[in-house]
Design a protein around this ligand. Structure first.
Ligand code: TQI
Ligand code: ZN
Ligand code: ZN
Length: 169
């Protein structure tokens, strides 16, 4: 079953659009940016919120970046596997990914040549759930279930994810 953060924080009543932007220092390519765009779309389809890339990082509601180790928020990344990414509850908007992972943004992660390959869209869909206010789910099929195996792709929202997010938006 789905859950929320303590106090059930959410983006303000009446929020129709949230903007996102990528840390300009990361120099991400359009393929990687497209993966995030697809991940946002999955949540937009089942809520009243739409997502748009902001014109600048400074004004975005959601700020996305890849970092290694300690990166300024007291929640250091830990190298290959372990923590893959973290996002904070509304309305913080910080969405950080561990630069040290072998991220797969294209092609079939299950066929990846390295055993520790991680599917970027799968992690992005999960973290966006947190950014919107969902905690973890006890339902194994749910995107918000707290574990995922390496070399797995899981990007389709389960009924449980949809029911949870529709309580909020
Ligand atoms: N990152 C954890 C996560 O997103 C960070 C975390 C732990 C967290 N507890 C939290 C974030 C509570 C918000 C609220 O769950 S992770 C998965 C999953 C991670 C894990 O790197 O371990 C995914 C990132 F669920 F599959 F295990 C993405 Cl998809
Ligand atoms: Zn961080
Ligand atoms: Zn999580």
């Amino acid at each position: 079953h789905y859950s929320f953060f303590d106090g059930m924080p959410r983006w303000p009543e009446g929020t129709e659009e949230l903007t996102y932007a990528f840390d300009p220092d990361n120099g991400l390519d359009d393929t990687v940016k497209g993966v995030f765009s697809n991940a946002f779309k999955r949540w937009a389809e089942v809520t009243t919120i739409s997502f748009r890339e902001a014109s600048s990082y400074a004004v975005a509601d959601i700020r996305i970046g890849f970092y290694s180790g300690e990166h300024g928020d007291g929640e250091p990344f830990d190298g290959v596997l372990g923590t893959l990414a973290h996002a904070f509850s509304p309305t913080n908007g910080m969405f950080h990914l561990d630069q040290e992972e072998d991220w797969v943004a294209t092609g079939d992660v299950t066929q990846a040549s390295v055993s520790n390959a991680v599917d970027l869209e799968s992690v992005a869909v999960h973290e966006i759930g947190h950014l919107l206010g969902l905690g973890h789910s006890s339902v194994e099929e749910a995107i918000m279930y707290p574990t995922i195996s390496a070399k797995t792709r899981k990007v389709e929202l389960a009924d449980d994810d949809i029911k949870g997010i529709q309580v909020l938006y």
